[in-house]
Design a protein around this ligand. Structure first.
Ligand SMILES: [Zn+2]
Length: 472
């Protein structure tokens, strides 16, 4: 992207303050605009950012720009706003019109506004010591992915840490008449917001399926590796599936977003694979989208395994769904491109199924090989436990190759890199037939049968059990 300076602002060098920049974001009564104040401490021991980022859409959204009550010219271009550190401390203020980013279903409401903050927030660069707080009309809450900051002002006000990630990454901030529900999971909690729509989603039902799918991920190695994820649920009217779409956004922190049909029973949400898939993404840090076979492969593999481990699927049903996924992946092999090529152009090539299920097949091969070689001491779960320990920096984007290398280091093997080299350069779907035979998974007349006499039948059963159940 191209950026250039459009405004010079001067900031002081004086003592004090626990954050170099403090934002106060005040929401208008109609939820259609915000007033933003960004105050710079000028603390020489905690230097303020040299520039603030803004994207092209925000140029027209921002008005009444002031520096210490002095009116500044309108933003004429887009790109970073340069901060001159020679002069005094002070505050930058502006008003920003909020444009609803309901996208996809184009959903808007007078009861909430859903935005991407890069469309209205002059954002400091990644790693800046910047915090924000909200002032909202009575009854209004804000759903956002920003992590909690320590008590910045010492008066109990709640501040949130900005600048954890690249300022250009996507994120959701919703202002509206809803409550933020705190859902404990492991030793953290989810920050759930259900957007107020008509017909409305049932809050207690929503809370249950969200909690269940987050809990399911604990069946990998006992931890939810991300703190306080934002969970935003958007009811979008009658749909063919209970949860037709979900995604994880990583701008500013971790945010999950689910689009749901609000007219469904709890059992229909529980039966849907989407939330377990999305929460499984949290077991890995941000993987470059060009290597989506790894992140999507892991989520596709675990969306079935985790539901077997918590009893939502039987062992046979879970294998049935994995095999059906592999078959959909094979049927999506419409070119001679390698998996690496296909993954890097996945949306252009419409090769989602090939990419997702090739990755899932590769991880099955790795999981079985790891269990076989270690006599069950090492598993894909235990490799991910190591990743949770070392590698969950919110701001880093991993190449799949580096992640596979790291998993080899954690497990003391060469399994992941061998599978990486073999399959990312291949234009065939990964061959899983021999391994499935060894596991005792057979398909006949469209129905999966499990053979308990098979050589690796124990491994087959263990894959579908949580580590705790196995130890017990
Ligand atoms: Zn996914």
């Amino acid at each position: 992207m191209r950026y250039f300076c459009c405004l010079l602002i001067t900031v002081a060098m004086v003592q004090s303050a626990a954050a170099a920049v403090r934002y106060t974001i005040t929401t208008a009564d109609d939820l259609k605009s915000v007033h933003v104040t960004a105050c710079f401490s000028g603390d020489p021991g905690d230097p303020h950012p040299r520039q603030l980022y803004i994207n092209s859409q925000a140029r027209s959204a921002i008005s009444r720009l002031q520096w210490n009550d002095r009116t500044l010219p309108e933003l004429k271009s887009w790109g970073p706003v340069a901060i001159n550190r020679q002069q005094r401390q002070g505050c930058l203020e502006y008003r920003a019109q909020l444009t609803d980013s309901g996208e996809r279903w184009g959903y808007t409401s007078s009861r909430y506004t859903l935005t991407d903050p890069k469309h209205w927030l002059l954002t400091p660069p990644e790693g800046s010591n910047a915090v924000a707080r909200f002032e909202v009309p009575e009854g209004v809450s804000v759903s956002h992915p920003w992590p909690l900051a320590d008590d910045v002002t010492g008066d109990g006000q709640q501040w949130y840490r900005l600048s954890m990630t690249n300022p250009h990454w996507n994120s959701n901030v919703a202002f509206g008449y809803f409550e933020i529900q705190s859902i404990p999971v492991d030793d953290t909690y989810l920050r759930l917001a259900v957007l107020p729509t008509r017909p409305a989603a049932n809050l207690s039902t929503t809370r249950k399926w969200v909690r269940e799918s987050a809990q399911a991920v604990l069946n990998a190695h006992g931890d939810l590796p991300q703190s306080h994820p934002q969970v935003l649920v958007m009811p979008v009217g009658r749909q063919n599936e209970a949860i037709p779409f979900g995604r994880v956004l990583r701008g500013g922190g971790i945010g999950l977003q689910f689009f749901i049909d609000p007219n469904r029973r709890l059992s229909e949400y529980s039966d849907d694979w989407v939330p377990t898939h999305e929460f499984s993404h949290l077991l890995l840090p941000y993987i470059n989208r060009r290597d989506a076979w790894l992140s999507e492969g892991l989520a596709s593999y675990y969306q079935n395994i985790m539901r077997a481990r918590d009893g939502r699927l039987s062992e046979r049903e879970a294998w049935d769904k994995l095999l059906a996924g592999f078959e959909r992946g094979r049927q999506n092999m419409t070119s001679n491109r390698t998996l690496a090529e296909e993954a890097s152009g996945m949306s252009r090539n419409r090769s989602y199924r090939r990419v997702y299920w090739s990755g899932a097949a590769m991880l099955l091969l790795a999981d079985v090989e790891l269990r076989r070689r270690s006599g069950g001491r090492q598993t894909l779960d235990s490799a991910l436990a190591g990743i949770a320990e070392c590698c969950m920096d919110l701001s880093k984007v991993w190449r799949a190759r580096d992640m596979m290398q790291r998993m080899d280091e954690i497990t003391g093997t060469d399994i992941f890199m061998r599978i990486y080299r073999q399959h990312t350069r291949s234009s065939n779907f990964p061959a899983v037939e021999d391994v499935l035979t060894d596991l005792g998974v057979r398909e006949r007349w469209g129905r999966v049968r499990l053979n308990n006499e098979a050589e690796l039948a124990d491994i087959r059963r263990q894959i579908m059990q949580s580590p705790e159940d196995r130890n017990g």
